[in-house]
Design a protein around this ligand. Structure first.
Ligand code: ATP
Length: 614
């Protein structure tokens, strides 16, 4: 019954709805007491030959009125108790969703999407069952069972009643044992369901990879395995469940046998009338449902308890990278100063992910951030985006530590265009004004023009009203990127971060977007992270990162002269674009690697390769 204690906060806040529901349930159980008494009376009148038409009409009237009352009260409990249960599910769903929104990337690394979805569906369903069917069966078994036993005691015979309820304690004991078993099995079953959900989610997201590697058969086999696990787990739950119903039939059978034996004896010896015995037997029939209800109750409670503890555990997970919140409002503009001596991810035990990274990004200026993969470019962005606060050093905006600003002031001031852009299933216009729904068409168009996507949009079937996604147009990688840039530009961020956000657009469009940005953003700064050096060549400063440290820095021309990694990459990419422009079948584009691989290829190209490539 611990789950009722866990949910007490809800029952307390919804006492009116539950109060009405329970009162109606009580009235239903009271109405159940009437028909057996009426049947008993009728039988006694038949036996005594005193049944008249008036009496028949009277008894029928009572039975009809009882049925009508029961109808009304049943309706009342059903709407109130189930209504409350749905309300609980909604509250829990909102809590979970808010929690999901609050959590950091580490949380999403630890918990897979399918599992989170299982929490938000199956587990919440099981908790809702407690607040609905659980409360109902608990109250009904108590009320119907209690009032029936009291009626047996008061209206018929106490000795017969004791004999009839003798097997009940045995029922309670077995219910407890089976309930514990169900708890363990159901928790395991829910885990297998989560695993299957994970599998489906991963397969759908990775469908392209699965198909391109011809892994459909293997994937189907994996899925089948997960389904078999679920099957096995739920069959086990069901096996325990199934022990309960025959047990009730057995107990009721024992009750009937004992009652008939003793009741028959009493009728023969005139201690009871035949009508009283029939009424008593009907009461035993009334006890059958409360007994089944106890079984249902244990089942619902144990499932709910298992699910509640799963959801509770998830809700209890705090964001590891707790970000502190300041009180300041954001100034209209300002310079950014990044000075981090040390940063290591919370789940990393060895090594440092950033060391002595220092740069200034003045308003109106553009900073380029390049380096091989894993060098730490995204990590710098994560710190700027306040995903982690536990670094050694300080990041300032307008001469104030960024932690001093209110988060909901600071974050919208940073326009972030991620590597993996996400478009919502809404119109192109709404996708662009996603973070500023009140923006006018004019503003939306201005942002779209600056991002070089306006011409594409007006060519879509419904222009800016065209739906994006499954039900609408499919956009190319480059179109998606430009739409994401337009979305970020619309909020006129004080710092715009393009995280490899131009990788899928052609060189001409890239240059157009970059020159638009320069013209538009002379009051605010821009940080461009890119593997393609042409994106940063005009930046006011370029930082080359390596293993979390700044390896080279300066203007494009200086870095070329320095003949380091940047210069090598630059030459490599020049050759690549030359080959591409010639449409050569030997284009290296597909093979282009973002790191050393490219440099070693360049060395081969430059220095006369050994294996005949040229
Ligand atoms: N959430 C994380 N937890 C632990 N380590 C991480 C996490 N994210 C990145 N790292 C590690 O930090 C280092 C820097 O990674 P980062 O993503 O910043 O590189 P990057 O330069 O942006 O690479 P890419 O160009 O491939 O995006 C890498 O060693 C990476 O494995």
């Amino acid at each position: 019954m611990g789950i009722f204690r866990d949910l007490w906060w809800f029952f307390k806040s919804e006492k009116k709805g539950y109060g009405i529901g329970l009162f109606a349930l009580f009235m239903v159980s009271m109405t159940h007491l009437i028909p057996p008494l009426v049947i008993g009376e009728i039988i006694d009148h038949i036996v005594k030959h005193t049944l008249s038409l008036t009496l028949v009409l009277e008894f029928s009237g009572i039975l009809l009125a009882t049925a009508a009352f029961e109808y009304g009260f049943r309706y009342l409990w059903s709407t109130n108790i189930w209504g409350e249960a749905f309300k609980l599910e909604k509250i829990m769903r909102v809590r979970l969703f808010r929690h999901f929104l609050r959590m950091d990337t580490l949380f999403y690394q630890r918990n897979r999407t399918g599992d989170l979805m299982a929490h938000a569906t199956n587990d919440l369903q099981a908790i809702q069952e407690v607040a609905g069917r659980g409360v109902l069966t608990w109250a009904d078994s108590l009320m119907t069972g209690g009032t029936t036993i009291i009626a047996m005691l008061l209206f018929i015979d106490w000795r017969l009643t004791i004999i009839a309820v003798l097997p009940l304690p045995f029922l309670a004991l077995v219910s407890k044992i089976l309930g514990d078993k169900i708890h363990v099995s159901f928790e395991h079953a829910q885990e297998t369901f989560s695993e299957m959900n994970d599998k489906v989610q991963e397969s759908i997201t990775g469908m392209k990879a699965i198909k391109s590697f011809g892994e459909e058969t293997q994937d189907m086999a994996d899925f089948q395995q997960k389904l078999d696990n679920i099957d096995e787990a739920f069959v086990k739950v069901n096996r325990i469940d199934s022990m309960y119903d025959p047990l009730i039939t057995l107990i009721v059978g024992v009750s009937y046998t004992l009652t008939i034996a003793l009741g028959g004896y009493y009728v023969v010896h005139h201690v009871l009338s035949l009508g009283q015995l029939v009424a008593f037997m009907t009461y035993i029939g009334n006890l059958v449902w409360p007994m089944f209800a106890i079984g249902v109750l244990f089942n619902v409670i144990e499932r709910g308890r298992a699910s509640y503890s799963r959801v509770d555990k998830l809700l209890a997970q705090e964001a590891e990278s707790k970000v502190s919140e300041g009180k300041l409002l954001m100034p209209d503009s300002g310079d950014l100063t990044f000075n981090v001596q040390n940063f290591t991810y919370p789940n990393e035990h060895e090594g440092r992910n950033l060391q002595n990274v220092q740069f200034d990004l003045k308003k109106g200026k553009v900073l380029g951030l390049v380096g091989r993969t894993g060098a730490g470019k995204s990590t710098i962005i994560k710190l700027l985006m306040r995903e982690f606060d536990h670094y050694e050093g300080e990041i300032d905006f307008a001469s104030r530590d960024i932690m001093d600003y209110q988060l909901d002031e600071y974050l919208p001031a940073i326009g972030y265009v991620p590597q993996e852009h996400f478009l919502f299933s809404m119109s192109v216009r709404d996708n662009i004004r996603f973070a500023r729904m009140m923006a006018s068409q004019e503003e939306v168009e201005l942002a779209a023009r600056a991002a070089g996507i306006h011409e594409d949009i007006v060519a879509f079937p419904a222009g800016y009203d065209t739906l994006v996604g499954e039900r609408g147009v499919s956009l190319s990688g480059g179109q998606k990127q430009r739409l994401s840039i337009a979305r970020a530009l619309l909020i006129q961020p004080k710092v715009l971060i393009l995280d490899d956000a131009l990788s899928a657009v052609d060189a001409k469009t890239e240059q157009l977007i970059l020159s638009n940005l320069k013209a538009l953003r002379h009051e605010s700064s821009t940080l461009i992270v890119s593997h393609r050096l042409s994106s940063v060549m005009d930046a006011d400063e370029i930082l080359v990162l390596e293993a979390g440290k700044i390896a080279e820095r300066g203007l494009h021309g200086n870095l070329i002269k320095a003949e380091g990694w940047y210069a090598q990459m630059w030459q490599m990419q020049q050759i690549e674009s030359h080959l591409e422009s010639q449409n050569s079948p030997y284009s290296l584009t597909e093979k282009r690697s973002k790191d050393d691989e490219s440099v070693s290829m360049l060395t081969k190209v430059k220095g006369g390769n050994n294996d005949g490539e040229s």
